[in-house]
Design a protein around this ligand. Structure first.
Ligand code: DC
Length: 189
């Protein structure tokens, strides 16, 4: 039997925390789908100067394997920035949908969190949540997470980065961030 929980929402809304708690409670497999876009961004950066992204990113996306998702550098800010650029390329999304649907077909229950899970990747999910929070609160959470790092950005920089990513994620034409009509809204502000 398969059972799918789809969780969407903007950055730092609490999707990952909720997804991990559900996975733990019910023994479900969990996929943080943002990591897939981050792997594409990170491999592009590793390969040198960012050129010809439209052609190279879909090839990288088509070759991702699960082991790529545990790379520690995927959370770096420069990877975040490139991830939101590659996420707007339809051929990248197409390649990653295949990965995500294979994952979702696993036996025993799955939780996927991202931006388009309830709308595009798993429109028939048994449970859909749309998790959001006020922009200033999400920025404050990100700021608190990184403030002890040596090169931590200031509050205003973190807020601007959240705004820029929200605008790319919601404004792109390929699978923009939207609440599915049948998703339960959770405001974690
Ligand atoms: O959730 P995150 O910050 O790790 O996501 C990284 C980028 O990938 C972000 O710009 C949103 C994008 N993304 C997406 O377009 N669709 C998803 N299902 C998950 C993430």
């Amino acid at each position: 039997m398969s059972f799918t929980v789809a969780i969407d929402g903007p950055a730092a809304a609490g999707k990952g925390t909720i997804a991990r708690a559900i996975a733990e409670r019910f023994g479900f497999h969990h996929l943080d789908t943002g990591l897939l876009y981050r792997v594409v961004g990170s491999k592009l950066l590793e390969a040198g100067p960012l050129s010809d992204i439209e052609a190279r990113a879909p090839v990288i996306a088509g070759r991702i394997v699960e082991a790529d998702l545990s790379d520690k550098r995927l959370r770096d800010e420069e990877v975040s920035a490139v991830a939101s650029v590659v996420a707007a390329i339809p051929a990248v999304r197409g390649a990653l949908i295949r990965f995500q649907r294979r994952f979702a077909a696993r036996e025993g229950g799955v939780v996927l969190d991202g931006r388009d899970i309830g709308t595009v990747v798993c429109p028939d999910a048994e449970v859909k949540l749309y998790v959001t929070a006020r922009e200033d609160i999400r920025a404050e959470r990100r700021f608190e997470e990184t403030r002890n790092h040596p090169a931590a950005p200031g509050r205003q920089v973190v807020l601007e980065a959240i705004r820029a990513r929200d605008s790319l994620d919601s404004g792109r034409s390929a699978a923009p961030l939207r609440r599915a009509k049948d998703a339960v809204l959770l405001d974690t502000s």
